[in-house]
Ligand binder design. Structure first.
Ligand code: CA
Length: 446
């Protein structure tokens, strides 16, 4: 039964009995719901230098996972001797359960994460006290997320700056409807929860008092908005774009408008895997860096969208993905067209430097923000605890080794673990050398 549950978790539910039975009899990985790329052979000479030839990573079909898919499809991992197997995760909690199992237990070695999931899995705060140490190795993507609002609240004219566009809207909504405005995300106490909370609070709206926040799986949001069970939704591309394309809602704000070149999702792997296979971890990072550089090139975006749109990966229409990848959005209740690659998902470069490098100053922000909302009592109660966890989990040495071995230009290899001060749309400053000052400056918090 435990094995069956494990397999179901890995496959994400919708599978046929025959596959399930085969899986129980110990099917090869290709039959266990793992998505393999085109038949690109692993380079045998590169493979011979590594401690292991394969790794299994979880992914969620949103644009944050694009570098993993591209790395497999374009052979960037294979070139460095690694067979990367990608396993689609039906939800973030499934990914968490699978990384606790590890590959030996039928799960995954790591993969794509919202923060601070890897930190909290390491500390046992998401896993009923069971500590599974993990390592954050790279940022997968910046920006490319957004907050969609339902057409039923079009008159609210929700935008990035709620103080300007929608003063008193949420209070009026409660009075008129006899219930609070409902907003959802796909997993609590991580990225999408942080973005919607930051946005609301900066607009003078208390996320714990003035609205109701709920967890809903991404695929249920289209229907939920149609049925009026939610008025807003915070998630990654292509979901906000799909909601506006399906004419059930509009994109109130992109996360890029909230915090330009903000940290989004990360690659994190179980520490036992990384410690046992440091050379393979560097090979993985080399393939990832090459995939991220490829993805950022304008001439590759159409090909990337075509690749990702396939049933095997995202199963989303290619034009929707292509527009998101190119930063083509329709923003706001008045549907203002935006066509700016700097506003869309960024994988490699930005005017704040390299995206992929795991700046400790950025991974720390998620722990400081956890402190703001008291998300993990007993684990993150002080700045000192946040910094200690951050220093344990975020490791930049392997990334730097991979970058140097690839021969990247010096400008693409950071020389500090801090990206420096960060400024949000409302003028709030997060100075990673003084997180307490940031916390003190925030008016709405727990
Ligand atoms: Ca995201």
């Amino acid at each position: 039964m435990a094995q069956r549950r494990r397999l179901l978790a890995l496959l994400g539910g919708a599978i046929s009995t025959s596959i399930l039975l085969t899986g129980c009899l110990g099917a090869p990985p290709s039959q266990r719901g793992l998505n393999r790329g085109a038949a690109i052979q692993v380079d045998p000479q590169a493979r011979a230098k590594l401690e292991t030839g394969s790794i299994t990573l979880g992914f969620v079909p949103i644009l944050e996972s694009a570098p993993l898919v591209v790395g497999v499809e374009k052979g960037f991992f294979a070139k460095h001797g690694l067979d990367v197997k990608l396993a689609k995760q039906s939800s973030w909690s499934t990914a968490r359960d699978n990384v606790v199992l590890g590959t030996s237990g039928g799960g995954i070695d790591g993969g794509q994460w919202q923060l601070p999931m890897p930190q909290m899995i390491s500390e046992g705060a998401l896993t009923n006290g069971k500590k599974v140490p993990m390592v954050v190795l790279a940022m997968l993507m910046s920006q490319g997320n957004g907050i969609a609002a339902a057409n039923s609240v079009k008159d609210g004219n929700l935008s990035v700056d709620l103080r300007q566009s929608s003063p008193g809207f949420f209070q009026k909504f409660s009075q008129k409807e006899g219930r609070k405005f409902r907003a959802t995300y796909t997993f609590p106490k991580a990225n999408q929860d942080f973005w919607i909370r930051y946005w609301l609070a900066a607009g003078g709206v208390h996320p714990d008092k003035d609205v109701e926040l709920l967890t809903v799986p991404a695929p249920e949001t289209l229907q939920g908005m149609k049925n009026g069970t939610m008025e807003a939704f915070s998630t990654g591309d292509p979901w906000p774009s799909r909601i506006s394309k399906a004419d059930v809602g509009y994109l109130a704000t992109t996360t890029a408008q909230i915090w330009k070149v903000h940290p989004e999702e990360y690659l994190a792997i179980r520490a036992d895997w990384v410690n046992k296979h440091p050379k393979a971890a560097v090979a993985l990072l080399k393939g990832l860096i090459e995939a991220q550089r490829w993805l950022d090139k304008p001439e590759n975006k159409a090909e990337a969208a075509r690749m990702l749109s396939s049933r095997k990966w995202f199963n989303v229409p290619q034009p929707v993905l292509e527009q998101s990848l190119k930063g083509q959005y329709t923003i706001g209740a008045k549907a203002t067209p935006e066509n700016n690659p700097a506003l869309g998902p960024l994988y490699w470069s930005s005017d704040r430097g390299v995206i992929s490098y795991p700046y400790k100053s950025l991974t720390l922000w998620f722990l400081v923000e956890s402190l703001r909302w008291q998300f993990y009592p007993g684990t993150v109660d002080t700045i000192q605890q946040a910094e200690a966890i951050n220093n344990r989990v975020t490791r930049d040495g392997l990334w730097l080794k991979a970058a140097r071995e690839l021969g990247l230009p010096a400008k693409d290899i950071p020389t500090s673990t801090s990206r420096g001060k960060e400024v949000f749309f409302d003028g709030t400053v997060y100075d990673p050398s003084n997180p307490q000052a940031y916390l003190n400056s925030l008016k709405i918090k727990r």
